[in-house]
Design a protein around this ligand. Structure first.
Ligand SMILES: Cc1ncc(COP(=O)(O)O)c(C=O)c1O
Length: 476
C-alpha cells in the first residue's frame, strides 16, 4: 500500500516511522497480510537512509506487528496485538444549524435479522430479478454506452426518461413526455428538489397525519412550517388544510401508512382547493403498482388541468431501494429550476443503473416483474388480512386496502393493550413490526409483508397473538 508517513527534519526518525506504522496497524488502517513498501523504496520517498527504515521495520517485526518473508517482502502480521478504533475528532466547538439539532434517522438496518420481519417499506429481495439485472448491467457496462466525458444530463439519461414516460403513461395514465421526467435518487430526492425550488423559509407545507416521516422531516429541514392534516377513509381532510399552505404532500393511491385510496370526490376537492389557494400538490405514488383488486383511480396528475400537481414515483418498491432510483414529473414552468437544483446537489444518478433500468422497462421486463410480484404480495396480503380478522379481532381493526406492501391495524377503541410494553416483547420474540404511532397515528400496528414470506406469516402472527394473550392474562 502507498502509506502516508511523515518524518521531520530532526529527531528520532526510526521511532517516528515505527510509531506511525504501529498506530496504523493498531487502528486498522493497515490490515493483516498487507505488504509494506520495501525499505529501499520507502527510504527514497522519505529522504532518509535505508538503514533508518530497516531499523523501524526490525523493531515492528520483533514486536510482532510485521513479518518478513524471505524473497517476498514485509507484511502486516496475521496475529498482531489488539486493535483500537480511530475516529474523527469530536469537534466539540462545531454545531449543526438549530434545525438539525433534533434530526433523526429512519429505517436503519436491523442489527440482527428478525425471525419474523413485518417491517414496512421493503420489497422482497428474493423477488428481485437478480439474473436479468446482472445481464443488463454487464451489457451496459461498455464505453460505447456513455458519453466520452462520463457526465450526462442532470435530468437523467435520455433512454430512461423516455422509457419511464411511456411506462407511466400506460400503467398510470400520467401525462408526461420524456422531457417532463427528471430521474432522481428515489422519491426522497424528488421531494428534496421540489422543496429547494418551491419552499421559502417559513412557508406552510401540509402533510398527511399519519404520514410518511422522512417527507415531513425533509420539509422541516428546508425551513418549512410543516402542518399535519388528518386523514379519513376517503383521504386527506381537505377542509382541514391550512389556507396558507403553499405545498400539500399526499399519497392518494395508497395512503401511507393507513393503506386507503383517496376517493374520486376527494381528489376533485383537493384539486379545487389547490386551485383556489394557488397551492402545489405533491402526489407521491410510491407503491401503487401492486394492486390486488379494484382498478386504480386516476392519479391527481392526470385529473389536474391547471399544472399544479408534481408526480413523484419510485422504483424502491417495484424493484428495490438499493437502486436508489425514482423520478419526478413536474410542470414545464419548474423544469429549468429543478434541473439546476439537481445539478447543484449531486449532478445526476449513476449511469449504469439508469441505462440498465431503461432496457429493463423497454423490454417489458418491469411490467412482467410487477405482475409476478403482485401475485405474491396479494397472497401475503390475503393471509395477513384473514388471520388478523380471525385471531386479532378482539384487539385490532383492519383498515381495508387492496394495494401496496403493508396494511394497517389500529388498536380497537375498547382494547386495553399497552402498546409500548407489547412492542418491547415482540422485539424480544424476534418479531419486527412497526407501530402506527411511529407515523403520527394512534395506537396500532402497520404490517409490512415485503420482508416475510407467506409460509412464515401464520407462525409470526401466532407468536404475536400468544404474546398479547399472555399480556392480557398478566394484566387481569
Ligand atoms: C410514502 C413513501 N414514499 C416514498 C417511499 C420511497 O422512497 P424512496 O424512493 O426515497 O426510497 C416510501 C418508502 O417507504 C414511502 O413509504
Amino acid at each position: 500500500v502507498d502509506f502516508q508517513i511523515t518524518v521531520g527534519a530532526r529527531g528520532d526518525r526510526v521511532t517516528s516511522i515505527y510509531a506511525q506504522v504501529r498506530d496504523a496497524i493498531l487502528d486498522g488502517r493497515l490490515r493483516a497480510g498487507e505488504q509494506l513498501p520495501p525499505s529501499r523504496e520507502l527510504a527514497g520517498r522519505l529522504l532518509v537512509s535505508r538503514n533508518t527504515v530497516a531499523l523501524a521495520y526490525e523493531r515492528l517485526t520483533a514486536e510482532g506487528f510485521l513479518v518478513a518473508k524471505v524473497g517476498a517482502g514485509t507484511f502486516v502480521s496475521g496475529d498482531r496485538p489488539g486493535t483500537r478504533t480511530r475516529t474523527a475528532p469530536e469537534g466539540t466547538g462545531i454545531r449543526p444549524r438549530a434545525i438539525w439539532a433534533d434530526a433523526q434517522l429512519f429505517g436503519l438496518p436491523h442489527p440482527t435479522q428478525p425471525k419474523f420481519n413485518f417491517s414496512v417499506g421493503i420489497p422482497d429481495p428474493r423477488l428481485f430479478p437478480w439474473e436479468t439485472w446482472r445481464r443488463l448491467v454487464s451489457q451496459v457496462l461498455r464505453p460505447a454506452t456513455f458519453r466520452p466525458n462520463g457526465y450526462d444530463d442532470p435530468a437523467g439519461n435520455a433512454e430512461l426518461r423516455a422509457a419511464i414516460a411511456r411506462y407511466i403513461g400506460v400503467s398510470r395514465s400520467v401525462r408526461a413526455a420524456a422531457e417532463d421526467v427528471l430521474i432522481t435518487r428515489g422519491a426522497q430526492q424528488a421531494l428534496d428538489l421540489i422543496g429547494r425550488v418551491l419552499i421559502e423559509p417559513g412557508d406552510v407545507v401540509a402533510v398527511e397525519e399519519p404520514g410518511y416521516p422522512p417527507a415531513r422531516a425533509l420539509f422541516h429541514s428546508l425551513g418549512a412550517r410543516v402542518t399535519g392534516v388528518p386523514v379519513d377513509s376517503e383521504g386527506i381532510a381537505v377542509q382541514s388544510i391550512p389556507r396558507t399552505a403553499r405545498l400539500v404532500y399526499t399519497t392518494p393511491s395508497h395512503q401511507f401508512p393507513l393503506g386507503t385510496a383517496m376517493s374520486m370526490a376527494r381528489r376533485t376537492a383537493l384539486l379545487d382547493w389547490a386551485q383556489r389557494h394557488d397551492a402545489v400538490i405533491i402526489e407521491d405514488d410510491y407503491d401503487s403498482e401492486f394492486r390486488f383488486a379494484d382498478r386504480p383511480l386516476e392519479p391527481l396528475q392526470s385529473l389536474d388541468r391547471t399544472g399544479r400537481v408534481l408526480y413523484v414515483g419510485s422504483f424502491a418498491k417495484t424493484l428495490s431501494p438499493m437502486l436508489r432510483m425514482g423520478f419526478l414529473v413536474a410542470p414545464g414552468s419548474l423544469r429549468d429550476a429543478l434541473h439546476a437544483a439537481r445539478q447543484y446537489t449531486d449532478w445526476h444518478n449513476e449511469l449504469v443503473g439508469q441505462v440498465a433500468l431503461a432496457r429493463f422497462i423497454d423490454d417489458g421486463l418491469l411490467a412482467r416483474h410487477v405482475r409476478k410480484a403482485t401475485r405474491e404480495y396479494a397472497r401475503r396480503h390475503a393471509i395477513i388480512s384473514r388471520i388478523l380478522a380471525q385471531d386479532f379481532a378482539d384487539w385490532f381493526d383492519v383498515i381495508p386496502s387492496s394495494a401496496g406492501l403493508h396494511l394497517c391495524a389500529p388498536l380497537r377503541p375498547h382494547a386495553t393493550i399497552d402498546m409500548a410494553a407489547l412492542a418491547a416483547q415482540t422485539t424480544d420474540a424476534g418479531i419486527a413490526v412497526d407501530q402506527l404511532t411511529t407515523f403520527g397515528g394512534g395506537p396500532g400496528f402497520v404490517f409490512g409483508y415485503g420482508g416475510i414470506n407467506d409460509t412464515d406469516i401464520p407462525a409470526g402472527l401466532a407468536r404475536l397473538a400468544g404474546i398479547i394473550q399472555g399480556f392480557q392474562f398478566w394484566r387481569s
